[in-house]
Design a protein. Structure first.
Length: 202
């Protein structure tokens, strides 16, 4: 299978369960609140390198990130989108565990080598391995980079724009450079402070 087709198939698999809106917080992160008054916003959209550098200064590394997600999917023939909720764990050098609790319980485990979907009883419903689909490894690495806001990795595949807010906040928009990726993803929006707080895939 050629690289483009493999990448496209891998991306389709990931996007089948990717978020349209999730809130993520590191397990050891203290909650933050905004002080009274209006915080200044600086737009670095015209200077991507400077933006990436500024956001890196604000981010802290976390070995494990835990959070909850709400996923909305539009289904042809249905007036309202299907809403799924659950939680997730992102562990550096290990992978992502995506646990959907409602409306139907399931688990998706993503490592650099495979994507595995299981039912609540442990039965495997789908499995995709990098040895069979070489593009999967690149897609999974991209997913890890998104969840951890690894800007050095993301800058290789996305045009990064956005700005910073106050002393800690930041918001980024990532636009794919790869035409194969644009078939499944028009942009990614990341928002956070010391940690990634919100991820939206469109």
């Amino acid at each position: 299978m050629n690289r483009c087709k493999s990448w496209t198939l891998a991306m389709a698999c990931v996007c089948a369960w990717s978020v349209s809106g999730l809130t993520a917080a590191a397990s050891n992160a203290a909650s933050t609140s905004s002080a009274g008054g209006t915080e200044s916003t600086v737009d670095y959209s015209s200077d991507s390198a400077r933006l990436v550098g500024e956001v890196r200064k604000r981010l802290q590394s976390a070995a494990v990130v835990r959070g909850q997600f709400e996923q909305k999917k539009s289904v042809r023939g249905f007036k309202h989108p299907l809403i799924s909720t659950g939680d997730f764990i992102v562990a550096q050098d290990a992978g992502v565990l995506w646990h959907t609790k409602a409306p139907f319980e399931s688990r998706v485990t993503v490592t650099r080598e495979r994507i595995l979907t299981t039912q609540v009883d442990g039965q495997v419903t789908s499995r995709m391995d990098a040895k069979d689909e070489p593009g999967l490894r690149a897609v999974n690495e991209m997913l890890f980079a998104v969840m951890a806001a690894d800007l050095s990795v993301l800058a290789q595949r996305f045009v990064i724009s956005g700005g910073v807010n106050g002393s800690e906040g930041w918001k980024l928009t990532l636009t794919p450079k790869d035409k194969a990726l644009t078939q499944w993803l028009s942009r990614i929006e990341l928002e956070g402070d010391r940690f990634v707080r919100t991820v939206r895939m469109h």
